[in-house]
Design a protein around this ligand. Sequence first.
Ligand SMILES: CC(C)(COP(=O)(O)OP(=O)(O)OC[C@H]1O[C@@H](n2cnc3c(N)ncnc32)[C@H](O)[C@@H]1OP(=O)(O)O)[C@@H](O)C(=O)NCCC(=O)NCCS
Length: 186
Amino acid sequence: MPSARLPIRTGRVPIRTGRLVLRPSTAADAERAFEIQSDWDVTQMLRMARFPPDRQVMADWFADHEQEWQAGTACRFAVELDGRMIGLADLDGIDGHQGELGYWYEQTAWGHGYAFEAASALRDFAFRDLGLSSLKSGHAADNAASCRVLLKLGFKLIDIVEVFSNSRGESIRQCRYLLEAPGRAS
Ligand SMILES: CC(C)(COP(=O)(O)OP(=O)(O)OC[C@H]1O[C@@H](n2cnc3c(N)ncnc32)[C@H](O)[C@@H]1OP(=O)(O)O)[C@@H](O)C(=O)NCCC(=O)NCCS
């Protein structure tokens, strides 16, 4: 199915929050992402990722990010703290007026509110700048931290389904969520 193009005003410019900079990711971020996803505790929660990560696959994926943005299908950001990439937050699967929120961080960055801070900014970017009308997201049923992030953002649980996790190599229970843009929620 063809994907909608983003409005022209959404240039690849960084988003600044209180403590973080969300910088549109580039091919140069692949090695750092490879390091972060070499941690099983991170990657077991990413059902589309492979473990251990493959350096070339990672490089190819990051090399595509600029093109994905231009095509209007995904906006991905390296999340920086004091100039160092600590993770990635993205909107992908953008199609029509819907997209999907995702994020992952190195373990030493957990528990400081960074995931929520970055995701809040990305949610606002999605609704205000991209003009999306709803966001999907999801987490493995055993991912309590991500559950908390999504609920704090205002996401509502839609259902729990069985899906295959590439990283775990088995089926898992996946909690799926939806967030409507302000003024659209029923
Ligand atoms: C999920 C993840 C992004 C959370 O990152 P984080 O930086 O620790 O999250 P925050 O610090 O912003 O915490 C957000 C909320 O979750 C809560 N939280 C954090 N870890 C938790 C845990 N293990 N159990 C329950 N709640 C938890 C925090 O207390 C906070 O809630 P509060 O403000 O009410 O106290 C991070 O653990 C991660 O990258 N995990 C691996 C990849 C991943 O799971 N990605 C998401 C896939 S769906």
